[in-house]
Design a protein around this ligand. Structure first.
Ligand code: CIZ
Ligand code: SF4
Length: 347
């Protein structure tokens, strides 16, 4: 039963003490997040894991790329476990390293050595390593602006992987017009743009988050009509149109802080993953918090981490045979670390 599983998890946590650290992403289920030693966004969690040097085992309740980042930032000795290997990220999977190398070559023939690659942390370790090798860096949704500004001190152009929306929204905020942005389609192996190729400053990888793309202009119109008192706040992984029509946009951390500071009785429609939106509603009983999309929007892969998988992975640690260890190849980790460090030293 649920109660038995919960009791057993408590027992194991007590038994392993400081040797076990369980980071839980904001988008995780309630049943999992209740056992998290820390909650946060993907990078914060990886950094906290690295600081917990007493922890021999980091059981990462999030998705695969987050566990990879945790492995890269933690000591060699520390074992990072992902409770369900099927917890991937469709966005991260939209940029594989072969496609990226091909794109780099093709773009090089158009633009020469004028491009700096940046990748959202929501990407595989191999893509982070690609950026590291080519002078580039990682970004998060909290520091994307700062990092794009930095990139333009290095090169004339950027290639932004793998989320076109975060890239477009960030560049637009910095005053770069849409006409100076192109989209690289990795399936067609083709650059999509209007106007003059020499004017292109930003090349967006044609990837997206299947959760955040579900918040639509139509959702906003409907809500504004039915109840104009709602303030609309969305994550920058939403499309450019949605971000422009919303009242505000920001990272998960930004959204959480914004709602914390909001006055009692205020009404909020939030465009991000439903587990977080639901929890915000539960925490702020004096405010109305709903999902911008009435159908809610779950991240299916985040939700793969559930009580049975968490318990199963913890039992494997107790038995001394940890399952689902996430171990990034040494050379890949070295280059990926370069990209992460270029970000961390600037933000
Ligand atoms: O959409 C995600 O997966 C986010 C917001 C990840 C993160 O924490 O950066
Ligand atoms: Fe990936 Fe989107 Fe899920 Fe985040 S919410 S893990 S970006 S699919």
């Amino acid at each position: 039963t649920t109660e038995e599983m919960e009791n057993r998890i408590r027992e194991i946590k007590a038994e392993l003490g400081e040797r076990l650290f369980i980071p839980g992403h904001h988008y995780q289920r309630d049943e999992v997040i209740q056992f998290a030693d820390a909650s946060g966004d993907s990078l914060q969690l990886a950094q906290i894991s690295a600081k917990n040097s007493e922890a021999d085992y980091v059981v990462f309740c999030g998705v695969h790329f987050m566990a990879e980042t945790a492995d890269i930032l933690t000591d060699d000795r520390q074992v990072v476990v992902l409770p369900d290997m099927r917890a991937g990220c469709s966005m991260a999977d939209m940029a594989d390293i072969n496609q990226t190398e091909k794109a780099w070559k093709a773009l090089g023939s158009d633009f020469g050595d004028t491009i700096l690659p940046l990748t959202y942390v929501n990407s595989t370790a191999a893509i982070k390593a690609f950026c590291g090798r080519n002078g580039g860096a990682t970004v998060t949704s909290s520091n994307a602006k700062k990092m794009v500004q930095w990139a333009f001190t290095q090169k004339e152009r950027i290639l932004f992987l793998p989320d076109q929306h975060l890239g477009r929204n960030t560049a637009f905020d910095l005053g770069i017009p849409l006409e100076q942005m192109a989209v690289w389609d990795p399936i067609e192996e083709k650059l999509e743009y209007e106007g003059n190729i020499d004017d292109i400053k930003v090349i967006l990888w044609k990837g997206h988050c299947s959760v955040h793309e579900k918040f639509t202009v139509e959702n906003i119109r409907e809500l504004r009509e039915t109840d104009p008192e709602f303030q609309i706040i969305v994550h920058p992984e939403c499309t450019h149109e949605v971000v422009q029509l919303s009242d505000d946009a920001g990272s998960t951390h930004y959204i959480i802080e914004k709602l914390k500071a909001a006055p009692a009785n205020s009404k909020w429609a939030v465009g991000t993953e439903m587990n977080l939106v639901r929890r915000l509603g539960q925490v702020h009983t004096d405010k109305t918090v709903i999902s911008l999309n009435p159908n809610m929007c779950p991240c299916l892969t985040m939700n793969r981490i559930d009580l049975p998988h968490l318990l199963w992975s913890l039992e494997s640690i107790v038995e001394g045979k940890p399952v689902n260890q996430i171990k990034v190849d040494k050379d890949v980790a070295k280059d990926a670390l370069l990209a992460l460090e270029r970000m961390l030293e600037r933000v």
